[in-house]
Design a protein around this ligand. Structure first.
Ligand SMILES: Cc1ncc(COP(=O)(O)O)c(C=O)c1O
Length: 381
């Protein structure tokens, strides 16, 4: 059997063995409900609070400022729906993940006005556009830190400064940045920040929202008083423990040169595919170190994904969250990229377990499949 190579980390990452080990007791013998007062409950509570402290260290905030959720989508929804009321104005960008875009689109029904900021050819929001778009009723700015499709970073610190000066709440979707760069909520100047466990080698269905102290937030769910009344529902103890451990591992990865290693592999991949690829979407601006969005002229990205899958390589032609839709990526279109070019683009995203050998093999596989598909299309045209 061919050993498969997984380069779709922006869709989801493999669970680290140490994360699984940390979770295991809470899936088996330590099954208590963190709200119970007996010893089983106390042990669960203590594990949840330890994980909260780990996530807080990871983001540079206080443990009490962390709300555990079911993932990035819920964190984004809680930040948005929890912040705005009828009559408010909300600013976001055209390249946000659908967890933000589709949430703000719903705000129209609630009497909230939403404005979508454009991006330049590299996929970056202009800070001046944020300043210009502010209104007296602006209530929330929501801009992502790293884009899921291109890895491109937004000028979040500068936007944070504008938001602070204007007294407007600032939410950052950091789902694709977490574990790939240092994050400090104070230097970002945000009031709310979303992360997701499964994008940083933690378990799927786990996430957190940083909520700055004294930020009033309307909960999404009615129910118990969990998470300081900000997120009702029995805590996913094993998942939260896994997220806490993943945060510890990510912090360690920032210190031990892991990100530099991944960046080196990503560079090698892009250099190795220089001849076949026609360009790197978003390649001219700072990006997270693991993501490469390559454009292959005359090719169909989905056909290439399928061909590579058959050869044992898992990659993506767009955001996996919206797979099934063969529409060209809204992110690439917002960058002014033509639908043909967007359709001919491939996303490769590396992770902590990606090896040099895998990158060498990936270059071979992509080169041969691109050549094969180009030959085929030349014959059929
Ligand atoms: C930038 C971004 N935000 C939010 C999400 C949603 O996260 P989750 O899958 O944990 O719901 C994703 C998932 O791809 C993402 O890339």
């Amino acid at each position: 059997m061919v050993r498969r190579i997984y380069l779709d980390a922006n869709a989801t990452t493999p669970l680290l063995p140490e994360v699984l080990e940390a979770m295991r007791p809470f899936l088996v013998e330590q099954f208590g409900n963190a709200s119970s007062i007996h010893q089983e409950g106390q042990r669960a509570r203590s594990a949840v609070e330890q994980a909260r402290a780990s996530v807080a260290r990871f983001l540079g905030c206080r443990p009490a400022e962390i709300v555990f959720t079911s993932g990035g989508t819920e964190s984004d929804n809680l930040a948005i729906f929890g912040s705005v009321r009828a009559g408010d104005h909300v600013l976001t960008s055209r390249v946000e993940h659908h967890a933000v875009l589709h949430a703000v689109e719903r705000l129209g029904d609630r009497g909230v006005e939403v404005e979508f900021l454009p991006v330049d050819a590299q996929g970056v929001v202009a800070v001046e556009d944020v300043r210009r778009a502010l209104r007296p009723n602006s209530r929330l700015i929501s801009v992502m830190l790293a884009n899921n499709e291109t890895g491109v970073l937004q000028p979040v610190e500068e936007i944070g400064r504008i938001a602070r000066e204007a007294g407007i709440r600032f939410h950052v979707d950091a789902v694709q940045a977490a574990g790939k760069m240092a994050i400090d909520v104070h230097s970002l100047g945000c009031d709310l920040l979303s992360i997701s466990g499964h994008k940083m080698h933690g378990p799927q269905g786990t996430g957190a929202l940083f909520v700055r102290r004294r930020t009033r937030l309307e909960p999404l769910f009615a129910g118990g008083a969990h998470e300081r009344q900000r997120r009702a529902g029995t805590e996913n103890v094993a998942g939260i423990v896994g997220l806490g451990k993943a945060a510890e591992c990510a912090l360690e990865g920032l210190r031990n040169g892991e990100l530099e290693r991944i960046l080196g592999l990503r560079d090698r991949l892009e250099i190795g595919l220089l001849e076949q690829a026609s360009g790197v979407n978003g390649g001219g601006t700072p990006r997270v170190p693991n993501t490469s969005n390559l454009w292959f002229e005359t090719l169909d990205g989905e056909a290439l994904v399928i061909a590579l899958d058959l050869q044992g390589l898992a990659v993506s032609s767009g955001a996996a969250c919206s797979s099934g839709a063969s529409e060209p990526s809204h992110v690439l279109l917002a960058m002014g990229i033509s639908p043909e070019r967007a359709r001919g683009s491939l996303r490769l995203s590396l992770h902590r377990q990606t090896t040099e050998e895998e990158i060498a093999r990936t270059i071979e596989l992509i080169s041969s499949q691109v050549a094969r598909l180009r030959e085929l299309s030349a014959v059929t045209q």
